[in-house]
Ligand binder design. Structure first.
Ligand code: FES
Length: 263
């Protein structure tokens, strides 16, 4: 976040503390249970949010060096990410073009990607490079049987993949949030550990749990509640994105401190 934005946010938080307020919606919103249970709504969410919109699949460091590859399965289709010889991040369906076997597992570093089923071999650019018993496949157009490539963009140290549809411009998708994002310097970040936690629930329940601090005083009264203000979360929308700030009580130490830039 830019320094001037930080200063403005500190002032905004202190004003909320002094007024005993938070960011409010224009009106109460009743959320029907069907939002979480309707199969048709879920199908449409999959089609639009997870297939035809840029998905943030990870940090650039996920495939930091040419030759690195990584897999991702949370988008509903098996994704394969590579960084090719030219340093470009590419995304493919992690599906062999011979008989559809899953091409690679996990992550690693390789010159070629070899299918574990019959050993068809692909380059990091997705091109089909080798077919065992090749003369038996003379009739197969090798150039037309590379991996299915998906639209991928690397920007702000992040990797986005859009599996289907007309590619959406990343900055347009961010809706202004990139002003904050670019200051994190994600280009220098390295993944430390990868973990997948699977739960039997609608996908929205997990992120929504983290979108309010109202429960801190009861559910987390002996852990995080002493650190944060109860139910104070400045909110801003950036197109389809949102930013929630969960301020620590220590922010009040800044109340009478002049800003170094004089803002
Ligand atoms: S399915 Fe991959 S080589 Fe046969």
């Amino acid at each position: 976040m830019k320094h001037e934005d930080q200063v403005a946010m500190v002032r905004r938080v202190i004003a909320h503390v002094e007024d005993g307020t938070t960011t409010y919606a224009e009106a109460n919103h009743r959320n029907p249970v069907s939002v979480y249970t309707c199969p048709d709504r879920f199908r449409r969410e999959q089609e639009t949010i997870f297939r035809k919109w840029p998905l943030l699949v990870g940090l650039s460091g996920l495939v930091g060096k040419p030759g690195d590859y990584a897999t991702e399965d949370l988008a509903g289709i098996p994704l394969l990410l590579t960084r090719d010889r030219d340093g470009r991040v590419r995304a493919f369906a992690n599906i062999c073009r011979h008989r559809g076997a899953r091409l690679v597992e996990g992550c690693g570093h390789a010159n070629r990607l070899v299918c574990p089923y019959h050993a068809w071999t692909y380059g990091l650019d997705g091109a089909l490079k080798g077919v065992p018993s090749g003369k038996d496949f003379d009739a197969v157009d090798k150039a037309g049987h590379g991996l299915k490539e998906l639209h991928a963009v690397e920007k702000y140290g992040l990797i986005f993949v859009q599996p289907e549809g007309e590619p959406v411009d990343i900055d347009e998708a961010m809706g202004g949030l990139q002003r904050d994002i670019e200051d994190y310097g994600f280009e220098s970040f390295h993944p430390y550990r990868h973990a997948t936690i699977r739960r039997e629930m609608n996908w929205k329940l997990s992120p929504e749990t983290f979108m309010e601090a109202y429960h801190f005083e009861t559910l987390h009264r002996n852990t995080v509640a002493p650190i944060f203000f109860p139910n104070l979360m400045p909110f801003d929308a950036f197109g389809r994105n949102s930013r929630l700030i969960v301020p620590r009580k220590r922010i009040l130490e800044l109340k009478d401190r002049p800003s170094p830039s004089g803002t």
